[in-house]
Write a protein that binds this ligand. Structure first.
Ligand code: IPD
Length: 267
C-alpha cells in the first residue's frame, strides 16, 4: 500500500505545477467560460485547463484511483483512494485579480463521500503568495516546510474569524443571521474568498476559526486535514460535532471549536 507521505509528495508536486499554470494564465488575462449554480458562480477557462492538467497527471501516475473534481466531475477508481480536487479555489478572486486563490488537492480513502471518507494527504498551494500548505495523516502539517500549529485559544480580545457566503442569494439572509450569532466571539471577521485558504490559515494560526455553510467536498477536503494535522478540530452538523459539509463547516483550535460550532449552527 502506498504510504501517506508518498501520496502527500505527489499531491504537492501536482499542486505546484497546477498552481504555476494558474498563475501564468492569470498574467495572460482571465476569460469567464460559464456560470454554474448561480450567476455569481463562475468558471474560467483556467479552472478547466488546470483541472485537466491535474486529472491527466493523476491518470498517468495513479491510474487506478478515483477522481472527484469541481469542474470535471467524479470517476470511481479500482483502488480505495479518491483524489478530491479544486483546481482554482477562489475563482471570483482569481477573475478579479485578487491574489487569494489556491489549488486544493486531497486524497481520501473509503467511499468518495465526505460524510465517511478519511483524508490521507493534502496540498493547498497559493501561487500568488508562493505558499505551499501540506499534510499527511498522522504526519503533521507544514507551510513551506515549517511545522504548523493552530492557536489553542483566542486572545482576550476575541477570535479572529473568517467566513464565506454561498453564491445563491436566497441563502444570504441565513448567512447574515449566522454572522450576527457568531460576532460576540469575534475580535473581527474576514471574508477571504477561498475556503481552502480559510482552513489553511486556521491551521497556521493566522485565523482562530472559520465557519461557512454551503461548502462542496472539494472546498474542504484538503483544508480540513491541514487543520486536524495542526492540532485543530473540524466539524459540521451531526452527532459528535459532525463533519464538514454543505450544511456547515467549522474549523478552529480546541479552545474555540465548541463555542464557534454552537453559534454557527444556532444551538
Ligand atoms: C468558493 C470559495 C469561496 C466559498 C465558496 C466556494 P470556488 O470556491 O471557496 O470562498 O465561499 O463557497 O464555492 O468556487 O472559488 O472554487
Amino acid at each position: 500500500m502506498t504510504q501517506p507521505h508518498e501520496l502527500e509528495a505527489l499531491a504537492v508536486d501536482i499542486a505546484r505545477e497546477a498552481g504555476e499554470l494558474a498563475r501564468v494564465r492569470r498574467t495572460q488575462g482571465v476569460a469567464i467560460a460559464a456560470t454554474k449554480s448561480a450567476i455569481a458562480d463562475i468558471v474560467t477557462e483556467a479552472d478547466r485547463e488546470v483541472e485537466a492538467l491535474i486529472r491527466a497527471r493523476l491518470r498517468a501516475e495513479r491510474p487506478g484511483d478515483g477522481f472527484l473534481g469541481e469542474e470535471s466531475g467524479a470517476e470511481r477508481g479500482t483502488t480505495d483512494l479518491t483524489w478530491v480536487v479544486d483546481p482554482i479555489d477562489g475563482t471570483v478572486n482569481y477573475a478579479y485579480g485578487i491574489p487569494a486563490y489556491a489549488v486544493s488537492i486531497a486524497v481520501v480513502t473509503g467511499e468518495p463521500d465526505p460524510e465517511s471518507w478519511r483524508a490521507v494527504a493534502a496540498a493547498v498551494f497559493s501561487p500568488a503568495a508562493g505558499e505551499l500548505f501540506q499534510a499527511a495523516v498522522d504526519g503533521g502539517a507544514t507551510l513551506n516546510g515549517d511545522r504548523l500549529a493552530v492557536n489553542a485559544e483566542p486572545t482576550a480580545a476575541g477570535a479572529l474569524l473568517a467566513t464565506g457566503f454561498g453564491y445563491d442569494p436566497s441563502t444570504h439572509a441565513g448567512d447574515l443571521a449566522r454572522v450576527a450569532r457568531v460576532m460576540p466571539l469575534a475580535r473581527d471577521l474576514r471574508r477571504i474568498g477561498a475556503a481552502s485558504l480559510d482552513f489553511a490559515y486556521v491551521a497556521c494560526g493566522r485565523l482562530d476559526g472559520y465557519f461557512e455553510r454551503g461548502l462542496q467536498p472539494w472546498d474542504h477536503a484538503a483544508g480540513a486535514l491541514l487543520v486536524t494535522e495542526a492540532g485543530g478540530r473540524v466539524g459540521g452538523v451531526g452527532s459528535g460535532g459532525g463533519r464538514p459539509g454543505r450544511a456547515m463547516s467549522v474549523a478552529a483550535g480546541p479552545g474555540l471549536f465548541d463555542a464557534l460550532l454552537a453559534a454557527a449552527i444556532g444551538d
